[in-house]
Design a protein around this ligand. Structure first.
Ligand code: UTP
Length: 295
């Protein structure tokens, strides 16, 4: 079945980037000249996704405004031929894809946020692109890489990357084995969230992109209903169930990931994307060369 829909959870509190994220959603933090979430929406659209649901929360209205028409601004820019490129860039924001919004009414974690998209997705597979993970591969977007694999095999897929050993306890660890004849694709049998060092099974952790099979929403709903109110049901719990039954792949995606949920990730994204920016790349490169001489 073709993957036509995507969910972008963007309802988290963003505590690691406070106070910047106090009144500006962290997903709206800038990378050179676009907010992080625009890179993510553009990746989904370039991957053939037709409908995108963004899960928001109180105080995240700026995300809706960004993907809406800005009538007054567009009218002013349209009058000035010297601003034609700017006009196009502003107008494009509302035309990238069909974008829908729903609120997660309580901030109860990623699985709970994704469940808000149950009716939107219906009985279809869907791509999930975490709202603070920007992954760059303009020629072959990572979501497209993963959708192709879903369409071939019909199994859930978690996007993974090898992570330095000391960081794995902050993420998760996966028990995997290579799939013959498929570069980068692995069978995934088991996942442990935030493992102790002695529990680490491979260098891979789940980062930023997953493809959920249609049955995932029922599994999340059941999991949340059976979890005590003071505990969080984790999305990795459904991956564990899918893996146990041989229905899960891990895919070592081909793309450069930037974690926009922490300060260092934001600076790396801005620095590297600025260096390849057509307007400021060369000048910024010169500036950096001079700057490093002073250290
Ligand atoms: P994170 O755990 O990285 O986001 O979730 P967070 O909770 O905002 O981060 P900190 O720890 O407070 O800094 C990954 C993605 O899932 C979304 C976030 O917005 C982020 O894009 N999310 C997280 C939700 O939509 N709802 C939640 O309840 C939690």
């Amino acid at each position: 079945m073709k993957v036509r829909k995507a969910i972008i959870p963007a309802a988290g509190l963003g505590t690691r980037v406070l106070p910047a994220s106090k009144s500006v959603p962290k997903e709206m933090l800038n990378i050179v000249d676009k907010p992080a979430i625009q890179y993510i929406v553009e990746e989904a659209a370039a991957s053939g996704i037709e409908d995108i649901l963004i899960i928001t929360n109180r105080g995240k209205g700026a995300i809706e405004d960004h993907f809406d028409h800005s009538f007054e601004l567009e009218t002013q820019l349209a009058k000035n031929p010297a601003k034609a490129a700017l006009y196009e860039s502003v107008k494009k924001c509302s035309e990238i894809a069909n974008i829908y919004f729903i609120r997660q009414k309580e901030t109860k974690g990623l699985a709970h946020a994704i469940l808000a998209g149950k009716s939107f997705v219906g009985n279809e597979p869907c791509a999930v692109l975490y709202g603070d993970d920007v992954i760059i591969n303009y020629e072959n977007p990572v979501t497209a890489q993963m959708c192709r694999l879903y369409e071939k095999y019909g199994k859930g897929i978690v996007g993974v990357k090898a992570v330095p050993e000391e960081l794995i306890p902050l993420y998760c660890t996966l028990d995997v084995s290579p799939v013959e004849g498929e570069e980068r694709l692995m069978n995934c049998y088991k996942i442990i969230e935030k493992p102790k060092p002695e529990q680490i099974m491979s260098p891979y952790s789940i980062l930023g992109r997953v493809i959920l099979p249609p049955e995932a929403f029922g599994m999340i709903e059941e999991g949340i209903n059976n979890t005590p109110a003071d505990k969080e049901f984790l999305l990795t719990d459904i991956f564990t169930d899918l893996g146990k039954n041989g229905n899960l792949f891990a895919y070592d995606f081909d793309g450069k990931r930037y974690d926009m949920g922490n300060k260092l990730g934001i600076m790396k994204a801005n620095c590297e994307i600025a260096l390849s920016h057509p307007e400021i790349g060369a000048a910024f490169g010169e500036y950096l060369k001079e700057l490093v001489k002073t250290f």
